[in-house]
Design a protein around this ligand. Structure first.
Ligand code: HEM
Length: 443
């Protein structure tokens, strides 16, 4: 370990989904938890009981959390562990999601071989080392917080261990009111989620990993996303999406038990992870119509979400992390946070209805955006923009689906957003150095 990294040994990076990239100053706000600050809000626009999640997530800290280093060439996120990295670790600037389809006659042995190769290559790349197949080994020397997270679609279980397949591992129910799904962005047998703070590192990792996999099948889809660059956001700052909204305020955190509960399925009544250290990932590709968004003014934009654009505070509060008062009314007797506001509709009605959102923006080259529809993206304006909405939870049916159902029924944000892709993956536990990812399916 270099001197500069040793110097930061005790200064773990705090985070919610906001990518704080510099070491927090002494005495800075400590991580706050979600469940401990949960409040029951009264006066519900939609008529049902809503539990308003309060507080925030300032910490993604886990054993795999990267340390702050000013030099990305030495910045690594540990690969081995009970859980895979890339979920409760801070989101790096670039995210690449690759869905892979296995060849028709893939056998159980072939899947084991594939997972062994994948694990070995991923472990090396994330440590800044070149795998055997690497013909540009110099490019592997800059790990830049690279993480490789592996997810399984139904077919991996069907081939290897049908009895272990989680009940929820299937396409989500259709959300007919909003979905305009294109098969080009749906499903997949195997998911590779690659995240890094350097775009060259990411491109190289993708190539090196796919070289190892190419004899096993073919690529189904690739989604490329980005967030703010390393160092662009201040400690504790929540990131903004391309609508300009602060996005990620309410999220589980590792600073208390909420990450364990909602993502890893521990200590949550009625919800369990499909295997210890495992979880699930729902990826929704959501088009954001920047052209019609341009037509709405700031009050309309704030009303649609229920939060201020300036600092993300709820319309009933002053600061970002103030608890939204869903019961507060104005002088006319209307709720301040509208019945159709995104945060009212997304707020949990049952304890389990909480998810970890770790989205990436996408923004296709402008030349693709002038009226030509590619992969179902809606065009006609000057942008093809949206979110690769990644939601991690122990059980998508109990946690994700009720939220998405409510949003499909009523959510002012639907005016500008359209889901165009959808996929569900089981994320297996992490592994030790003498194991491979997914090994538990073979025992
Ligand atoms: C392009 C699509 C979307 C955009 C632009 C968007 C934007 C936002 C924004 C600005 C907030 C408020 C700040 C925060 O807590 O992060 C928020 C909150 C939230 N969103 Fe979304 N969102 C989108 C889609 C979704 C989807 C598909 C789901 C789940 C099905 C979802 C679930 C949530 C939840 C659970 C919250 C926190 C609600 C609470 O206050 O308890 N969002 N979103």
């Amino acid at each position: 370990m270099s001197d500069s990294r040793q110097a930061h040994d005790t200064q773990k990076l705090p985070d919610d989904s906001s990518l704080p990239r510099v070491t927090p100053a002494a005495g800075e706000q400590t991580p706050t938890g979600w469940s401990r600050r949960t409040a029951i809000a009264a006066g519900l626009g939609a008529g049902a009981g809503v539990v308003a999640g309060a507080g925030s997530a300032y910490a993604y800290a886990s054993s795999q959390s990267p340390e702050y280093t000013p030099n990305l060439s030495t910045a690594t996120v540990g690969f081995y562990g009970d859980k895979q990295a890339g979920i409760d670790t801070p989101p790096p600037a670039y995210g690449q999601f690759i869905a892979f389809d296995l060849g028709e006659n893939t056998t159980k042995d072939a899947v084991a071989r594939l997972l062994r190769i994948l694990t070995q290559d991923a472990a090396q790349l994330t440590a800044g080392q070149a795998p055997i197949v690497d013909q540009e080994p110099e490019l592997a020397a800059v790990p830049a917080n690279l993480t490789v997270t592996v997810g399984f679609g139904e077919r991996i279980f069907d081939i290897v261990a049908p009895e272990k397949k989680p009940d929820w591992l299937k396409p989500l129910p259709a959300f007919k009111q909003i979905d305009r799904l294109d098969d080009a962005w749906n499903d997949g047998d195997l998911l590779l989620q690659l995240c890094a703070d350097d775009r060259v590192t990411l491109a190289h990792a993708q190539r090196a990993l796919l070289k190892g996999l190419r004899s096993f099948g073919s690529i189904r889809w690739v989604q490329e996303g980005f967030r703010r660059s390393y160092g662009s956001e201040n400690p504790g700052e929540t990131t903004r999406n391309l609508f300009g909204q602060i996005d990620g305020t309410i999220n589980p955190t590792s600073a208390d038990d909420t990450m364990n509960q909602y993502v890893w399925g521990q200590n949550l009544e009625g919800v369990q992870a499909w295997e210890p250290g495992g979880t699930s990932l729902v990826i929704r590709r959501i088009h954001m119509n920047m052209d019609t968004w341009d037509l709405s003014d700031r009050p309309a934009r704030e009303d649609a979400v229920g939060r201020k654009l300036s600092n993300g505070a709820p319309l009933t509060g002053t600061n970002e992390h103030d608890v939204a008062d869903l019961g507060a009314t104005n002088e006319l007797g209307f709720t301040v946070i509208a019945p159709y506001a995104h945060i009212r509709r997304a707020a949990p009605e049952k304890e389990a209805e909480r998810i970890l959102r770790r989205p990436y923006n996408y923004d296709l080259p402008v030349s693709h955006a002038s009226g030509i529809s590619q992969h179902g993206d809606i065009t006609g304006g000057i942008s093809q923009t949206g979110l690769i909405f990644c939601s991690y939870q122990a059980d998508p049916i109990q946690q994700f689906v009720p939220i998405q159902q409510r949003l499909a029924e009523l959510d002012m944000l639907n005016t500008w957003t359209t889901p165009i892709g959808s996929a569900v993956f089981a994320i297996p536990a992490g592994c030790r150095e003498d194991q491979f990812i997914g090994q538990s399916l073979f025992s």
